[in-house]
Design a protein around this ligand. Structure first.
Ligand code: NAP
Length: 264
C-alpha cells in the first residue's frame, strides 16, 4: 500500500514498546523512518530491523533537538512518543500528598517538556513545505485523575492541551500542519514491568489491571501504531486538534452504570 511513501517520519522513544511498533508500521508503509531513543543501541536495533536511521535523542534535552534539526531540517511526521511513568524506583510515592518535587519535575521534564520541544522542532521542520502531521502520545491518564500517578497524569493532561494549542497555532499561521493526541489505555509493553512484577503474581496482576476494561484485555503496541498510521496519512487531512482514545472501551462507560440483571 505504501501510504507513507516519500514521507520522512521521526519517532521518539522508538527503541521498544509502542514507539518500536509505530516505527515498524510506518516503515511497512514506505516511510523513511528516523528511529530515536535515549538509548542509541535500542534505536539501532529497531532501525536495523526496518531499514531506518538510528539516532540518540533524549527528548528532554534541547541540545539533542537542535542536533536533530541540523541533521534533518525538513520532516513530514513527528510522533512524540517517549514517556515515563517515573515508577522505575518503586520506593518513590507518586500520590499528590507524598510525591517528591524531584520526581514530579523528572516526569514532566520528559513527558511534557519533551513534547513541547518536539512540537517546536516539528513546526519549524514542516513550515517550508507547509504541511505535516504531529502525533502526541498522551494517555487515558491524561483524561482522568490517577491518585497513584499524579505527575504522570498531570503531564499527559498537559500534552492533550498543548496538542490543541499547536493545532490552532498552525491553522492560524495558514499552515497545513496537523497536530492530534492519542490516548492509549493499558497497552502491554515493558513500561508495565515495574507494576506487574514477575513470577506467579504477574498473571494475577495482569488480569486485575484490565478487570474494568470492557474488552477484558491489554491492548497491543500494534493497535496503537495503526491509529498513529491513520493520523500520519494524508487521508486524515481534516483531523487536527483531535484526540483519539484507544482503550478497549474503558472511557466509554462508568463504574456506576446500572447492570442488567435477569429479565429485561
Ligand atoms: P516503554 O516500553 O517504556 O518505551 C518507551 C521508550 O522511550 C523506552 O525505550 C524509553 O527508554 C524511552 N525513553 C524514556 N525516556 C526518554 C527520553 N527522555 N528520551 C527519549 N526516549 C526516552 O513505554 P511504552 O509503553 O511503549 O510507552 C510509549 C508512550 O505511550 C509513552 O509516552 C507512554 O506514556 C504512552 N502510553 C503507554 C501506555 C501503556 O499502557 N503502555 C498507556 C498510555 C500511554 P528507557 O527504558 O531508558 O526509559
Amino acid at each position: 500500500m505504501h501510504r507513507l511513501k516519500n514521507k520522512r517520519c521521526v519517532i521518539t522513544g522508538a527503541g521498544r514498546g509502542i514507539g518500536a511498533a509505530i516505527a515498524r508500521t510506518f516503515a511497512d508503509e514506505g516511510a523513511e523512518v528516523i528511529v530515536t531513543d535515549r538509548l542509541l543501541k535500542r534505536a539501532q536495533n529497531i532501525a536495523a530491523e526496518i531499514g531506518g536511521i538510528a539516532l540518540e535523542l533524549d527528548v528532554s534535552q534541547e541540545a539533542h533537538w537542535q542536533q536533530l534539526a541540523s541533521l534533518y531540517p525538513h520532516i513530514d511526521v513527528l510522533v512524540n512518543n517517549a514517556g515515563i511513568t517515573g515508577f522505575d524506583d518503586n520506593l518513590v510515592a507518586h500520590d499528590p500528598e507524598h510525591a517528591t518535587l524531584e520526581n514530579w519535575r523528572a516526569v514532566h521534564a520528559i513527558n511534557l517538556d519533551g513534547t513541547f520541544l518536539g512540537c517546536r522542532y516539528a513546526i519549524q521542520a514542516m513550515r517550508k513545505k507547509g504541511n505535516g502531521s504531529i502525533i502526541n502520545i498522551s494517555s487515558r491518564s491524561g483524561l482522568v485523575g490517577i491518585p497513584a500517578a499524579a505527575a504522570y497524569a498531570s503531564s499527559k493532561a498537559a500534552i492533550r492541551n498543548h496538542t490543541k494549542t499547536v493545532a490552532l497555532y498552525c491553522a492560524q499561521e495558514g499552515l497545513n500542519i496537523r497536530c492530534n493526541s492519542v490516548h492509549p489505555g493499558a497497552i502491554l509493553t515493558p513500561m508495565w514491568d515495574p507494576m506487574l512484577g514477575e513470577g506467579p503474581e504477574r498473571d494475577k496482576r495482569l488480569k486485575a489491571f484490565v478487570a474494568d476494561t470492557p474488552l477484558q484485555r491489554f491492548g497491543t503496541p500494534d493497535e496503537v501504531a495503526a491509529v498513529c498510521l491513520l493520523l500520519a496519512c494524508d487521508e486524515a487531512s481534516y483531523m487536527t486538534g483531535s484526540e483519539i482514545n484507544i482503550d478497549g472501551g474503558l472511557l466509554a462507560g462508568s463504574a456506576v452504570s446500572p447492570q442488567q440483571t435477569e429479565n429485561p
